[in-house]
Ligand binder design. Structure first.
Ligand code: AMP
Ligand code: MG
Length: 361
């Protein structure tokens, strides 16, 4: 089965073609092209929805054309003949951006007479972990699997999933492809949002996450003991807005030289990573999960990946950690195609609508 997938929930315009077979459950990426308006948002220090939507309109057809033209055609067949379905993100996200992808998918569905599979963007992030069968794009299976008999075996359920992105921080229990239970989430700012807001007050370029990670490499993570909100609470909730205020106070105390920026970056990153790991491992132990999956833009953070592995090892938990390749952590259409393959129901185009507030059922 070949799926043309479209992702336009925020500031990335992405089209992919994935191939998957029901018998081996492997998702292979045949093409993935992403255009980003990130550099425009860097100038304003954050995303302006109107600008993001306009950029989506500019890039949507070129990325789809590139994806379609990059796959081989048999006997000069029409390009759409090799596509079995169209997958599209319907939400959550920015309404203007989402509309561009959804309207395009509906038009192609009508013209080509192909079914649409609608995808929740957050579920899409999880499925970046299920992309296999193509070494260039492969999901990395944690080194911790050495004790398991089949180290490259597929992800086993139940799985604990941590989604950490610019707009969301959620802990989920994935019982199977059909049943995903929400355990908790942030009560205020998402982890990525905290990185981005603190990056801005540190005068680092946008987005803050990757730039704080770079600055942190030379910093002392124990320089400032920032609060770790809700780290000991009984629930699976998070809160990151207090951290932003604490960072602001530290910054106001100083003239802010390079060393300060490095130390504050390292200490902030450590505080965020500590809370994310503690809560995820608590959920994994409570629900006896057989795998842990990281997803979303913040999952690209190397400190988060490394500390997760070492804490799992220290606790002697034999739970494999799955992390997508870094480029698959941020928004892309390939993950939307993978989610469509595993979870999707084909829907007539007339019934497809954007849902900017879409969450977990
Ligand atoms: P998403 O919302 O999934 O597209 O991811 C974007 C978010 O991920 C932004 O808040 C980024 O700052 C954050 N992010 C991306 N890379 C990193 C990184 N290496 N470390 C921390 N945060 C990151
Ligand atoms: Mg996202």
């Amino acid at each position: 089965m070949k799926i043309l997938a479209i992702e336009t929930s925020c500031d990335e315009t992405s089209a992919a073609i994935i191939e998957a077979k029901k018998d081996d459950l492997k998702v292979k990426i045949l093409a993935n092209f992403t255009a980003s308006s990130l550099s425009l948002h860097a100038k304003t220090g954050g995303i302006i929805p109107e600008t993001a939507a306009r950029e989506q309109i500019k890039y949507i057809l070129p990325v789809i054309e590139k994806a379609l033209n990059s796959i081989p055609r048999i006997n000069n067949q029409n390009i759409e003949e090799s596509i079995d379905a169209i997958a599209v993100t319907i939400g959550p996200g920015l309404i203007g951006s989402l509309l561009v992808g959804v309207k395009t998918a509906k038009t192609l569905s009508y013209v080509w007479n192909k079914p649409i599979i609608q995808v929740n963007h957050l579920i899409g992030h999880i499925y970046a972990n299920f992309i296999r069968g193509n070494s260039k794009f492969e999901t990395r299976n944690s080194k911790l699997n050495t004790k398991r008999s089949k180290p490259d075996t597929d992800i086993e359920f139940p799985a604990t999933v941590l989604i950490v992105s610019g707009g969301h921080t959620d802990l989920l229990l994935m019982k199977n492809h059909e049943k995903i239970i929400w355990l908790g989430g942030t009560r205020d700012d998402a982890a990525g949002e905290a990185f981005d807001k603190i990056g801005r007050i540190l005068n680092l370029p946008y987005p803050g996450g990757p730039n704080i990670e770079i600055a942190a490499l030379k910093g002392n993570e124990n320089a400032i003991n920032f609060p770790r909100p809700l780290i000991k609470s009984d629930d699976f909730d998070f809160s990151f807005s207090g951290l932003k205020t604490a960072a602001l106070r530290e910054i106001q105390k100083r003239k802010l030289n390079v060393k300060d920026v490095e130390d504050i970056s390292a200490s902030v990153q450590k505080a965020i990573v500590d809370v994310l790991i503690k809560k995820t491992l608590k959920a994994a132990q409570k629900y006896n999960t057989k795998s842990i999956l990281l997803a979303g833009g913040v999952a690209a953070n190397q400190k988060l990946r490394d500390q997760f592995e070492s804490e799992i090892r220290n606790l002697k938990l034999e739970i494999p950690l799955f992390v997508p390749q870094k480029w698959l952590c941020t928004d892309n259409a390939a993950m939307i195609g993978a989610a469509a393959f595993f979870t999707g129901k084909k829907t007539p185009w007339r019934k497809i609508a954007t849902n900017p507030e879409l969450y977990f059922n």
